[in-house]
Design a binder for this molecule. Structure first.
Ligand code: AMP
Ligand code: MG
Length: 353
């Protein structure tokens, strides 16, 4: 299959320019498009055969459900039933935006889209191209991240091209995904709402709107063998992972830098290619390997936005060992550390103990 690549300036395009993509989607094809979180791989959410095509293109296990993207908040009523008031409150405050709500599914949503579950994940994205595309196609669009299963999510069209060129009908290149981490997922099907995946909309932001919420204990588990099965099926897989071996160093920052320098020196002496994930504040202190700056410690959003791109750059360099600093575990740092821990396959070293 030849994948058509269409470039769009997200500030300035004519809605008609989305018609070809919309037509592909209506006809049961697959189109990757930008959202504010990461690039999504879109297809008709209500067509069971299309969901199967999405799983096949990504190499994704079919028990890992897809998020359904809508362009109008009212559409939750078409896709879900027994919708609690909280859902409307959250939609009012956070949509369009990086929040996915889990609700009981309507019978129109096929089980292949929900990975066999009686619940459905729904999001109204903020990215204008994404919303216009949904609107123009006139359908609901199932769109998991547009990467091969297990790889870091794509934050640029080039990442999608690397993973899916030749496997899908079209890729819309609309520039960088500005946030860089997947949406926050909140399950509203239980008595107490539960955070299933942290993201840019933090637990505190949600609690300020609907009161206390629980946190899936699997989210920050640091031990994969403790048998805590995450409630979002996708969170159980090794994820976001670079090809090389990634290790997180935590503890006092001075000690972290010292240890990373020692480890990097030793690995390079052994003939390996080494990469270091540094920050604006620390980059000058690293002496060995390919040092890449993910963002600033004073601006966690910059770290979120840069993380997956760096992991993919290390893949391109065929980096064998990647060493990273760790980050605060609150607010946005909660989401950053959740992804980093999974990307590292739970390989965390505390240097100050
Ligand atoms: P992605 O779109 O690639 O970010 O992946 C979607 C994420 O949403 C995966 O982690 C899924 O397991 C999760 N998800 C989708 N639908 C549901 C659902 N009905 N219940 C719980 N988690 C879900
Ligand atoms: Mg994904």
């Amino acid at each position: 299959m030849i994948t058509k690549i269409q470039k769009l300036d997200k500030e300035e395009y004519d809605i008609e320019e989305l018609e070809e993509a919309a037509q592909i989607l209506r006809a049961g094809g697959l189109v990757a498009f930008p959202t504010e979180t990461v690039y999504g791989l879109g297809g008709n959410a209500l067509d069971a055969e299309v969901s199967k095509k999405i799983y096949a293109a990504k190499g994704r296990p079919s028990d890992n459900p897809l998020i359904v993207h809508i362009s109008n908040a009212k559409d939750i009523e078409k896709l879900a039933k027994n919708i609690p008031d909280r859902a409307y409150k959250l939609a009012e405050v956070f949509w369009p935006g990086p929040l996915t709500l889990i609700l009981f599914k309507d019978s129109s949503v096929p089980y292949s889209t929900t990975g066999g579950l009686d619940t459905v994940a729904i999001r109204l994205p903020a990215n204008k191209i994404a919303r216009d595309l949904i609107e123009q196609s006139g359908i609901y669009i199932a769109a998991p991240s547009a990467n091969l299963s297990g790889k870091p999510s794509p934050t640029k069209a080039e990442h999608v091209i690397t993973d899916l060129n030749g496997k899908i009908d079209m890729i819309i290149d609309g520039g960088n995904a500005t946030l860089g981490l997947e949406s926050t997922i909140l399950d509203l099907t239980m008595e107490e709402p539960m955070l299933l995946r942290p993201g840019c909309i933090t637990k505190t932001m949600l609690e300020n709107t609907i009161g206390p919420i629980a946190c899936d204990p699997a989210i920050l588990s640091r031990n994969p063998s403790n048998n805590i099965v995450p409630k979002a099926p996708g969170m159980k897989y090794r994820h976001y992972a670079p090809e090389g071996s990634l290790t997180i160093y935590e503890g006092k920052l001075d000690d972290v830098i010292k240890t990373i320098n020692e480890e990097a020196k030793a690995k390079i002496a052994g003939g390996s290619r080494v990469g270091i994930i540094a920050t604006e504040e620390t980059k000058q202190y690293y002496q060995y390997g390919d040092v890449m700056t993910v963002g600033s410690r004073n601006d966690e959003a910059s770290i979120a936005a840069g993380l997956y791109n760096i992991l993919r750059q290390f893949d391109e360099l065929k980096t064998e060992y990647i060493f990273t600093e760790s980050f605060e575990n609150n607010a946005l740092g909660h989401a950053i550390m959740n992804r980093l821990i999974k990307a590292a396959g739970y390989h965390i070293v505390n240097v100050s103990k």
